[in-house]
Every structure is written in structure tokens, then in C-alpha cells.
Design a protein around this ligand. Structure first.
Ligand code: ATP
Length: 237
């Protein structure tokens, strides 16, 4: 399997503040990679760097093509869907309006309807709540809407920033099961940022551990899950 996404020596900046110090990581075509790390390690910044939201140095390649420095809209157009932390849905708009906005780059009405049906196939609960304001959805439903919105663009790669945040364990299990289906049925590759390391290491094939804006460990998710020091620091046992 070849790499769909590859970062080499990536540095990223908020104005003059440097957040990433030479990140290297990859996501295989059709694969799931996860980024683990404590608060402030640079996980969110890594996703923002990929999406074109931060000033970056170094090499970011999507399917072998350099994308570092391209504007966010161009990166979205090339097939990268971002589900940001805090979810990024428009709370005052309805479920349907949020989904239509997610499909704004699609070519024509039929493409939007097809993408919407696909989103409802994975998230039938959203279909029942189509006319409801996003702000009145439960936390789990809002997370589903955020993922469904990113799915509207037919992405090749989805970047998910802490989808489990603030949600009850049963809802988190549901959402992870749907992510797994989207990965296998649609062949959408995934880069997942998670505080819940146990869950992330179950879903992903490859893992990258960040500390202070650097990758300090990486490898097969199953190997990291067995590593004594990682177990103690991130899995709590
Ligand atoms: P968390 O799990 O707490 O979200 P994280 O691993 O996602 O943490 P980042 O949010 O990427 O970490 O933060 C990495 C570094 O970048 C931190 O030192 C943080 O203070 C800095 N940083 C993040 N956002 C900004 C910003 N908007 N302006 C300046 N510095 C920032």
C-alpha cells in the first residue's frame, strides 16, 4: 500500500510562535493512522498544517503531490476533509443546511443529493433531524453532523480532531464503528487525533506519538499498544 499523505520535517507557526518542530508521519492509501499525545503536544496544529491553515515549512504530500502552502479550499478540493475540534458546525443552521454547505464545492445539484443520501446512509439519525437546528442536537449528534459534513465532499482522506471529546462511551463506540465502516466501505483514509489512546490504537493500523511538536515514537498501532511506557503514560495501565 502506498502513502496517501506524507509529512516530512514539517514545521508550523502561529505568527512567530512555532508549534511543530519537524514532524514526519504518513497515512497509507485506505489506511487509518492516529496521532497521540498530551495536551499541547501539537496534534491539532498538525491537522491544521495539513489543511493549509498554518504557515508551514517542510514537505507535505498528498498522493505524491506537494500541497504545503496551498490555501485550505484547494486542499479540500483535492480530497481532504477536516473535522475540527469543537466540531465546526453552524449551530444556528439546520442539519440539512449544514450538509449542503459541506457540499458547496460539488459540481451540481445531483452530486449534492447523492452525497446527502450517502451521509444519511451512515448517519440515519441525522435524516430524522434534517430540519432541526444543529445547536439543538445532542453532543453525539453534533459530532455525527460534523463527520457527515466532511463526508459530503467525497474526501479521500478525513482528518478527525478528537471525535470522542465530551461524549458518553456508548456514543463514542457508535461513532468509531461508523468511522470504521466509512473507511472500509468508501475507502476513505483517516488521520485521527485522539486523547482516548486505547480506542484510537484499536481503530488505527499506524500510530505517531507527539511530544512538544515532535514525533517521539511511531509504528504499528498494535506494537505501540503493547509498549510498556506508552501503556503507562497513555493507556493508564
Ligand atoms: P490539545 O489536546 O490540548 O488540543 P494539541 O496536542 O492539539 O493539544 P496544539 O493545540 O496543536 O496541541 O498546540 C501545540 C502548541 O501550539 C501549543 O504550545 C499551543 O500553545 C500552541 N498553539 C496552539 N494554538 C495556538 C494559537 N492559536 N496561537 C498561538 N499558539 C498556539
Amino acid at each position: 500500500m502506498s502513502d496517501l499523505l506524507r509529512l516530512d520535517a514539517v514545521e508550523a507557526f502561529y505568527g512567530r510562535t512555532q508549534a511543530l518542530f519537524g514532524i514526519g508521519l504518513s497515512v497509507r492509501e485506505g489506511g487509518i493512522s492516529t496521532i497521540l499525545g498530551a495536551n499541547g503536544a501539537g496534534k491539532t496544529s498538525t491537522l491544521r498544517a495539513i489543511c493549509g491553515m498554518l504557515k508551514v515549512r517542510g514537505d507535505i504530500r498528498l498522493d505524491g503531490q506537494p500541497v504545503a502552502g496551498l490555501p485550505p479550499e484547494e486542499i479540500a478540493r483535492r480530497g481532504v476533509g477536516h473535522v475540527p475540534d469543537g466540531r465546526g458546525t453552524f449551530l444556528e443552521l439546520t442539519v440539512e443546511e449544514n450538509l449542503r454547505l459541506g457540499g458547496y464545492l460539488l459540481p451540481g445539484r445531483q452530486a449534492v443529493e447523492t452525497a446527502m443520501e450517502r451521509a444519511f446512509h451512515y448517519f440515519p439519525r441525522l435524516k430524522e433531524r434534517m430540519t432541526q437546528q444543529a445547536g439543538t442536537l445532542s453532543g453525539g449528534e453534533q459530532q455525527m453532523l460534523a463527520i457527515a459534513r466532511a463526508l459530503m465532499m467525497n474526501p479521500r482522506l478525513m482528518l478527525l480532531d478528537e471525535p470522542s471529546f465530551g461524549l458518553a462511551p456508548l456514543i463514542v463506540q457508535d461513532i468509531f464503528a461508523i468511522m470504521r465502516r466509512i473507511n472500509t466501505e468508501e475507502r476513505v483514509s483517516i488521520l485521527l487525533v485522539e486523547q482516548n489512546a486505547g480506542l484510537a490504537l484499536q481503530l488505527a493500523q499506524e500510530a505517531f506519538l507527539l511530544e512538544s511538536g515532535k514525533v517521539v515514537a511511531s509504528g504499528a498501532a498494535a506494537d505501540l499498544a503493547r509498549d510498556e511506557s506508552i501503556r503507562r503514560a497513555y493507556l493508564g495501565h
